[in-house]
Design a protein around this ligand. Structure first.
Ligand code: NCD
Length: 303
């Protein structure tokens, strides 16, 4: 039995197979409409989510399966003091596969150890968000046709943004990727990540001004300032509108640069950019459903 805790749990060859399956689902959805008949997905979300939870629910429903679960810790037995290990043993009796989001880093790993069914980490604190990364990679591969040879700028909250941490971890396995980290001093990417990049000899730069690097980027990955992980409101208010991508800044970019964002967006991308053909964040959300469908099939060994 396999779980998904980090994007590195799959080799790049396995990821290629997963993405081929996701593209086949995209083009031939009817072929998969009953692939999960009789199967149940449990969504255990101890932290708010719209995209990820509904994307999992949509994925399982489109495969013919059914969904049970809870969308906030207060409505689960966690509020009575039940441990994640006990909860997952119960969930294992009720369902065939589980997607879990938790504010504590490592909680889905603890669950996976005690689980009798595959567990998918749907985001653990500021740590990892592997299914968002699968979504990001599938989007780039589907639009660009490849996952190597590009310069990616990651902009915004690089300190607390788990989607950023997961994506960097996954991209270092592809050749000739160059990173440009764009953030205020307070929200720089954690040292363990830059240490890892130096160790692997992967080029990266850290800058503050987005305008300066815009012309060099093949992909711009925008992120929201992670309000819920700040220790005080004052810092959040000071930093929340540090970057706002607008049409003036887009005019500095390459004609085929892709703009990605895991969403939800707050102010960091102005709505006028939505009309730009380079804005790929809504398509990205659609790819999120296909890749979760492919993942469910793979972990249930139905693919
Ligand atoms: C991200 C998350 O939860 O980390 N959202 C998502 O799953 N698409 C990004 C965010 O909340 O900013």
């Amino acid at each position: 039995m396999r779980h998904l805790m980090s994007p590195l749990d799959f080799s790049t060859e396995e990821l290629d197979k997963l993405f081929d399956l996701a593209n086949d689902i995209e083009h031939n959805p009817e072929k998969y409409a009953h692939a999960c008949d009789g199967k149940i997905l449990a969504t255990c979300f101890y932290e708010p989510s719209t995209r990820t939870r509904l994307s999992f629910e949509s994925a399982m429903t489109r495969l013919g399966g059914r969904v049970i679960g809870f969308s906030d810790a207060a409505s689960s037995s966690a509020s009575k003091g039940e441990s994640v290990s006990d909860t997952i043993r119960i969930i294992s009796c009720y369902s065939d596969i589980c997607a879990m989001r938790h504010p504590k880093e490592g909680a889905p790993m603890v669950a996976a150890e005690k689980s009798w069914i595959p567990v998918i980490n749907a985001g653990d604190g500021g740590h990892q968000h592997p299914t968002q990364t699968l979504t990001d990679l599938l989007t780039i591969r589907s639009i660009r046709g490849k996952l190597d040879n590009f310069t990616i700028g990651l902009c915004g909250d690089l300190k607390f943004g788990r989607t950023v941490h997961s994506l960097i971890n996954a991209l270092v396995r592809y050749s000739n990727i160059r990173f440009i980290f764009i953030s205020p001093e307070e929200l720089k990417v954690p040292d363990y990540i830059t240490d890892m990049l130096r160790e692997k000899d992967i080029p990266y730069e850290e800058v503050i001004r987005l305008e300066d690097v815009m012309p060099h980027l093949d992909i711009l990955y925008m992120t929201r300032v992670q309000k819920e992980r700040f220790f005080n409101e004052e810092d959040y208010v000071r930093l929340k509108d540090f970057y706002i991508l607008n049409t003036v800044k887009m005019a500095l970019a390459k004609k085929d640069m892709l703009v990605l964002h895991p969403l939800p967006r707050v102010n960091e991308i102005s709505v006028e950019v939505d009309e730009d053909p380079r804005a790929a964040y809504f398509r990205q959300a659609q790819y999120g459903v296909y890749v979760r469908m492919a993942l469910i099939l793979t972990l249930l060994e139905l693919a």
